[in-house]
Design a protein around this ligand. Structure first.
Ligand code: COA
Length: 175
């Protein structure tokens, strides 16, 4: 796996709820063109992580800690879940989301997370992964193309956020 200096990547657990909520709230607060709205409390995030289907999971990238320094901080995460739990026709498809805090972008963190996620998806019997991205999220479009996703199509007017309507690009990658 390609590792990034100063970053440790590991599988997450519900104990990471507060760190995950802080990461997601930071991405929302900066006005990033993501499909998340509002914000996440630690409790809501813990409930989401505890109820995650068994084949789902997430990797976190942590910075800091060690040698008596402050506790490590989650600076990025990649979540993967079954696309449509309970629908056997979609059993082989996972869905994923990726977030890197502003100060750690363009250093290969999401690329490194993907290597861990790819291995986990294969070992959990997924053969395809899917994600949907706001059409104006140029960083995310570039990232997913860079890790081998292709465009399956564009859903017009798929997202309405703060009174504005956005197209959403559907991306897929076979594993
Ligand atoms: C999209 C996002 C996850 C990319 O994370 P990252 O850690 O910066 O990505 P990496 O540094 O690992 O980039 C891997 C490759 O993706 C491509 N890429 C990533 N960001 C890019 C950008 N802003 N412009 C052009 N290419 C980009 C490049 O090919 C890059 O390889 P390179 O640096 O060798 O050229 C990050 O920008 C992010 O979290 N944005 C805010 C939240 C978000 O939009 N999440 C996605 C929701 S769908």
């Amino acid at each position: 796996m390609t590792e990034v200096d100063g970053i440790t990547i590991r599988l997450g657990s519900p104990a990471d709820a507060a760190g995950m909520a802080a990461l997601l709230n930071g991405v929302i607060a900066e006005g990033s063109p993501v499909l998340l709205t509002g914000g996440f409390t630690d409790e809501a995030e813990r409930a989401f992580l505890e109820e995650m289907p068994a084949r789902g999971g997430f990797h976190v990238a942590e910075a800091g800690g060690g040698d008596g320094h402050a506790a490590p901080v989650i600076v990025a995460a990649q979540v993967f879940v079954p696309y449509a739990p309970g629908m056997p026709a979609h059993d082989h498809v996972a869905e994923m989301g990726t977030w890197v805090c502003a100060g750690w972008r363009r250093r290969g963190v999401a690329g490194s997370l993907w290597e861990h996620t790819l291995a986990a998806l294969r070992s959990r019997r997924f053969s395809k992964v899917f994600t949907d991205i706001r059409a104006d999220n140029l960083d995310s479009l570039a990232y997913h193309l860079a890790i081998g996703f292709t465009v399956a199509g564009t859903a017009r007017g798929q997202a309405v956020m703060d009174g504005r309507t956005y197209d959403v690009v559907m991306f897929e990658r076979f594993l």
